[in-house]
Structures are given as structure tokens and as C-alpha cells.
Design a protein around this ligand. Structure first.
Ligand code: UD1
Length: 342
């Protein structure tokens, strides 16, 4: 019998890539998504890649009765991977209550449904944003949380704490939080990828949209930082590499290989890349000369952060495979693919 995995937010960027990897590893995938920030056609892309159409249940996890009902009818769920959340940093500053309500209500409804229906395993989508600007680099999982710079970041910190406390209070629930560094790129088939609505906030979709002519120019937010070329440094990893870590985490929980009821892993390459290096990689693999201007610093930006991924390497048997150039190439193929039809 195939093990049933619920992927909340499974039509989103990371959720869809994770659904592909789960199906390819022989899991039965059920997606729960309210389609607030994604499209149902993403399921077609998943089906084209894998030959299997995951089941899509459209509802809002903030609806407690609906969530309870779903899990009452699906007590055989082996694990939940919880991606569904609002994720725009800037928007969260102007709509804090919507962010807290959406991201935390849905999480608590899921945890209650797990308790009520005897579902044991959860993998939670967290972020390196919980570290703020770490004092020591590369950053390890035991680095302290720092005051969040946005309500979005705070929902990740509070979300982790809610899960940790729940796993402490009951032996029956086990969880793994995965702290992502900067996921970029798209599936090598170019059948699924990131679909930012409106003007992108993140670097790579902004680069590809500028290159294709949708944006006039890229603004580089600051080259006067204390870094080798003056621009900020991040740890960019391919979304399919990231997706595979979720499969490893699910397997660890199902096979009871976890060392504690609650575990946390950094997911990154371990390598810091500057904004200017990212741009040059894109230019190299695409052959497109990017129009960009150096601008002032963006408020709230972390100067430099990259992961120590050795715990995930060791415990999950996971490491990144794609290079920065591979990531940029796949992001560019995806951008060209989606614009073909529009
Ligand atoms: C941001 C969020 C983080 C979230 C992540 C999701 C902040 C402070 N952090 O991370 O919480 O988990 O997105 O992917 O917003 N840049 C430019 N020009 C642009 C866009 C970005 O120069 O048009 C630079 C930024 O200054 C930064 C780097 O590119 O140095 C990466 O930015 P971005 O892709 O927005 O990610 P983060 O800021 O790392």
C-alpha cells in the first residue's frame, strides 16, 4: 500500500516541486490548497511530469470544521507537509493580523486535527529568516532566534514554537521544521516553477522578468555592504533539491529514525553568493545582458547569511546537487516557457 502524504499548499512553488518528488518516490499525494496564491492547473504540470495526478482538495485550513472533517475521513495519512501560508514580507508589514490569523490558525487547526485523528507526523516549512543576521557564519541550527523583522518572519518563529510545544506535550506527534535558505529555479522539465503574482519581491523572478522584457531594469539593493563585492550574500538552492529534503524528512519520521520528537534542519548549499554573482551567473547561462542599476539598500535586508547544512547532510542523507548556474538556467527556461503562452 502506498503511504498517503498530505501536502498543504501543494499547488504553490515549493509544494508543487515536493509533490513531484514524493510521487516519484512512490507516495500517494493529496494536496490541500485554497488556491489563494496559486492555480489549479499546476496539478496538470505535476501529472505531466510524474504520470500521476495528485488529488486536489480545495479548502481553507483556517476553517476548523472543514479541516477536522477532512482528517476524520483520512485517518490513514502517514504525514503532513505543511507549506500553506502567506509569504510576502512587505505585505505582512501592512497586514499583520491577516498574516498572524492565516499562518497560525491553519497550523493550529492542523495540529488539533492530528491529535484528534491519530496522525503522527508533520514536516513544517520554516525559513532562515528566524536567525535574523547571525553573529556566526555559516549559521547552525542552534543559533538563537532574533527579533523578527516582519510579521511574516514572526509567524515562522511562532509556528516553530507552537509545533515544538505540541510535540513536547504529546509523545504522539512528531515534527521536523525545515529552515530554507533561498529557494530558486524550476523543475528541469519547465512544466512547473514559481508563479509570482504582480511585481516580484524576490531576486531571481525579478531577474528573469527583466531579462524577458517584463520589467525595465533590475534594482540592486546596495553595493556598500561589508561583503567582498559590496552586495548582500545569500545561500541560493534549487527548489528540486529543496523538495527532495522533504521526502527525506517524511521518510525519517515514518521510519521512526528521528532522534527527538521535534527536530530542526537547515536546508542550503553551504555557500554564500552575492547579488552581483547571481546576476553574472544568470547572464552567463542565458546569454542575456541584464539591465540593472545599483540602488540604495532595501530596508530590513540581512547583510549576509549562508547555511551550515551538515546536520541535514548527515541525518537526512541529503545534499544539494544543482549548481548556481543550473539554478539560473532552469529559472530562465521556466520564464521563457510561461511567457510563450501569454
Ligand atoms: C526574503 C525574505 C525571507 C523569505 C524569502 C523568501 C526579507 C528580509 N526576507 O529573503 O524572509 O523567506 O524572501 O524567498 O525580505 N534583491 C535585489 N533586487 C531585487 C530583489 C532582491 O537586489 O529586486 C536582493 C536583496 O537585497 C537580497 C537578495 O537580492 O540581498 C535576495 O533577496 P530576496 O530574493 O528578496 O530574498 P531575501 O531577502 O533573502
Amino acid at each position: 500500500m502506498k503511504k498517503k502524504i498530505v501536502v498543504t499548499g501543494g499547488t504553490g512553488y515549493i509544494g508543487s516541486h515536493t509533490s513531484v518528488e514524493l510521487i516519484e518516490e512512490g507516495y500517494d499525494v493529496v494536496i490541500i490548497d485554497n488556491l489563494y496564491n496559486s492555480e489549479a492547473v499546476v496539478v496538470d504540470g505535476i501529472e505531466k511530469i510524474t504520470g500521476v495526478r495528485p488529488f486536489l482538495e480545495v479548502f481553507d485550513l483556517c476553517d476548523r470544521n472543514r479541516t477536522d472533517l477532512f482528517f476524520k475521513n483520512n485517518k490513514d495519512v502517514a504525514a503532513i507537509i505543511h507549506f500553506a501560508a502567506f509569504k510576502a514580507v512587505g505585505e505582512s508589514v501592512s497586514k499583520p493580523l491577516e498574516y498572524y490569523r492565516n499562518n497560525l490558525d491553519s497550523l493550529m487547526n492542523l495540529l488539533v486535527a492530528m491529535q484528534t485523528n491519530g496522525i503522527s507526523n508533520m514536516v513544517f516549512s520554516s525559513s532562515c529568516t528566524v536567525y535574523g543576521q547571525p553573529a556566526k557564519l555559516p549559521v547552525t541550527e542552534d543559533a538563537p532566534f532574533q527579533t523578527a523583522l516582519s510579521p511574516y518572519g514572526n509567524t515562522k518563529q511562532i509556528g516553530e514554537e507552537i509545533i515544538r510545544d505540541t510535540t513536547f506535550s504529546t509523545e504522539k506527534i512528531k515534527a521536523i521544521s525545515l529552515r530554507y535558505f533561498n529557494p530558486i529555479g524550476a523543475h528541469p522539465s519547465a512544466l512547473i516553477g514559481e508563479l509570482p503574482r504582480g511585481v516580484p519581491e524576490n531576486l531571481v523572478p525579478y531577474i528573469t522578468q527583466t531579462a524577458i522584457g517584463l520589467r525595465d531594469e533590475l534594482r540592486v539593493f546596495g553595493t556598500d555592504y561589508d561583503t567582498p563585492d559590496g552586495s548582500c550574500i545569500r545561500d541560493y538552492l534549487h527548489v528540486s533539491d529543496l523538495a527532495k529534503a522533504h521526502v527525506a524528512a517524511v521518510k525519517r519520521l515514518i521510519d521512526k529514525k528521528n532522534r527527538k520528537n521535534y527536530e530542526v534542519f537547515n536546508l542550503g548549499t553551504g555557500k554564500g553568493v552575492s547579488v552581483l554573482e547571481a546576476i553574472h551567473s544568470f547572464e552567463k547561462v542565458s546569454g542575456v545582458k541584464l539591465k540593472y542599476k545599483i540602488k540604495g539598500r532595501r530596508q530590513g535586508d540581512i547583510v549576509k547569511i549562508w547555511a551550515d547544512p551538515s546536520l541535514a547532510n548527515r541525518e537526512l542523507g541529503w545534499e544539494t546537487v544543482y549548481s548556481l548556474d543550473d539554478c539560473m538556467k532552469s529559472a530562465w527556461e521556466w520564464e521563457k516557457q510561461i511567457r510563450k503562452h501569454n
